[in-house]
Design a protein around this ligand. Structure first.
Ligand code: HPA
Length: 246
């Protein structure tokens, strides 16, 4: 890819096993420190920047992530396109555990997060278009990469972003389903909107790690989630390597 590309890794991808870390840079931003130092890594034949959204020890919960510092750090590093990796719950029929999705829409249910660079402090009111929160071009590249890597995926999905860190109630999942959501996670917002404000192309590769609350036979356990992550993230990494090496 011609632009400098970054991957933001989420739950299940706080580090990149099998990668060579070429460089690590601590970046300070006007908004504070990002979740982790920015790493330049090589994996298979792809070279790119990597940021651990929750920190390398998975110590920062979704609502406490400094999203502005993360996007600002990537902007300072010259990033023009970023791929978010998200672990999510499944809501609609096709999105069962283990499915990989390239979502195309977002519903934002978060609150109280520092969610904009355009907070009026520069004396201007600015509104970005956000009709299509994910870059169609980057989504297509991910889809082509998945085909190249021979990995099945769903080429759509409405991502409901909840506040967390608790999972939803069964009633909340029923409401999210009525709202037209396919998957549910806690980190796509304000990340996607900040990327748009910063002029960085943004797409997500989302791994369904559990059925949404009330949809499975049992309650959701971290052990079940971990089992899906172990195999699913290998596939996610393979798609990313194909996408970036192209
Ligand atoms: N809900 C919200 N976020 C999640 C889930 C879920 O079921 N699974 C993984 N992240």
């Amino acid at each position: 890819m011609s632009k400098t590309i970054a991957v933001i890794g989420g739950t299940g991808l706080c580090d990149w096993p099998g990668a060579e870390v070429l460089k690590e840079t601590v970046i300070e931003t006007p908004f504070g420190m990002p979740s982790a130092p920015l790493q330049r890594i090589r994996y298979e034949s792809a070279e790119f920047l990597f940021l651990a959204r929750h920190g390398h020890g998975h110590e920062i919960p979704p609502h406490a992530i400094n999203y502005r510092a993360n996007i600002s750090a990537l902007k300072q590093a010259g990033v023009g396109a970023m791929i978010a990796v998200n672990a999510v719950g499944g809501i609609s029929e096709r999105f069962v555990a283990g499915v990989i999705a390239i979502p195309d829409q977002i519903n934002d249910y978060t609150w109280g997060r520092a969610h904009t660079f355009f907070d009026g402090s520069n004396g201007k009111v600015e509104h970005v278009d956000f009709s299509y929160p994910y870059s169609q071009d980057l989504r297509s590249r991910l889809a082509n990469a998945a085909v190249d890597a021979n990995i099945a995926f769903e080429d759509y999905g409405v991502y409901a972003v909840t506040q967390g860190p608790r999972l939803e109630t069964a009633a909340e999942i029923r409401r999210l389903a009525k709202d037209g959501n396919d998957i549910v996670g806690m980190t796509a917002m304000p990340e996607a909107a900040l990327a748009r404000e910063a002029g960085i192309e943004y797409a997500s590769i989302s791994l369904v790690v559990n059925p949404g609350a009330g949809l499975g036979d049992d309650i959701i356990t971290m052990d079940d989630i971990r089992a899906v992550i172990d195999t699913g993230m290998l596939q996610v990494k393979s798609i990313l390597a194909h996408c970036i090496a192209d």
